[in-house]
Design a binder for this molecule. Structure first.
Ligand SMILES: O=C(O)C(=O)C[C@]1(C(=O)O)C=C[C@@H](O)C=C1
Length: 282
């Protein structure tokens, strides 16, 4: 049996690297034949699974330097039918790729905004006068690098190999321990793991509107590993809160906390319980 996995493309993205790692795990565990399906944006990757074009999607959700991938959180909330099956943590080491002879000749640098942001200190120090241009992915940026052009791109060493483009500088991310967390999403929850993710809106912008929801976890000794707010898009200053907690939805204390949380929130969405797997550098 085959199983299709959507990810941000074209081939050579970090998302594809995470998808390949997951495909190998899946193949070992289930003997299913994974097919990787690249999509031109993270939004289109998420829509592909929501509209049943694919079975699974692997998307970035958070980076250790730059924080949340906003589109992933926003669409998870909007689409409302996606469930998290696994979190994968991938080390990210960016390189600067170009056909130019030296750094001094680079005039423009293309990449995904997350990748540009993770290297902003390096870019400021070594290429202070270049124009930075955002693209949908690190490998979409490579399409701008013609032979003899003075453009550069921030992408992975794997992409350099795949597209045969010289590396002008390695490990250019501002912090060496750079990691991105990806979620494997499906239309149903297939696992019960160490973490649970949920999001909610509050009923009113009043004192205690956030304290009450948070207390349901604190008083049961449930540790929150992440809290993130995103604009609700209804009005300025109105927020959604995304929470990852340590525990799963079969645990009585997590079940009790979620039941009480529903009383202190307006809309509550549970995205699933799942394990977190750290991938090593390759
Ligand atoms: O453009 C890519 O290669 C991606 O997979 C996207 C992405 C992201 O959106 O965070 C993934 C990992 C890195 O943090 C940089 C870019």
């Amino acid at each position: 049996m085959t199983i299709s996995i959507a990810h941000l493309g074209p081939s050579g993205t970090y998302s594809e690297q995470a998808a390949v790692a997951y495909a190998n795990i899946l193949h070992q565990q289930t003997k299913q034949e994974p097919i990787l399906c690249p999509y031109p944006s993270i939004a289109k990757t998420l829509k592909a699974i929501a509209t049943h074009q694919v079975d699974l999607a692997v998307v970035p959700v958070e980076n250790s330097i730059e924080g949340s991938v906003a589109v992933t959180l926003d669409m998870l909330w909007q689409l409302d039918i996606l469930r998290i099956n696994l979190a994968l943590v991938l080390p990210i080491a960016h390189t600067l790729l170009s056909h130019a002879d030296s750094l001094a000749n680079i005039e423009t640098v293309y990449s995904h905004p997350q990748a540009l942001a993770q290297c902003q200190g390096w870019l400021e120090q070594f290429l202070p006068r270049v124009e930075l241009i955002p693209t949908n992915s690190t490998t979409e940026a490579l399409q701008k690098l013609g032979e003899g052009s003075n453009a550069g791109a921030v992408a992975s060493p794997r992409a350099a190999q795949l597209y045969n483009i010289p590396i002008l500088a390695s490990s250019i991310n501002d912090y060496a321990e750079n990691c991105t967390r990806f979620w494997v999403l499906a239309l149903s929850e297939s696992t019960i793991g160490s973490h649970t993710s949920l999001a909610f809106s509050t009923r009113a912008n009043i004192p205690g509107a956030l304290v009450q929801p948070l207390q349901v976890f604190a008083k049961r000794g449930i540790n929150l590993s992440r809290i993130e707010s995103r604009p609700s898009k209804r009005s300025l200053g109105d927020y959604l809160f995304f929470i990852d907690l340590e525990g799963n939805t079969t645990s009585p204390s997590v079940q009790a906390a979620i039941a009480e949380l529903a009383m202190h929130t307006e809309i509550l969405k549970i995205f699933g319980s799942y394990n977190v797997l750290s991938l090593t550098k390759n």
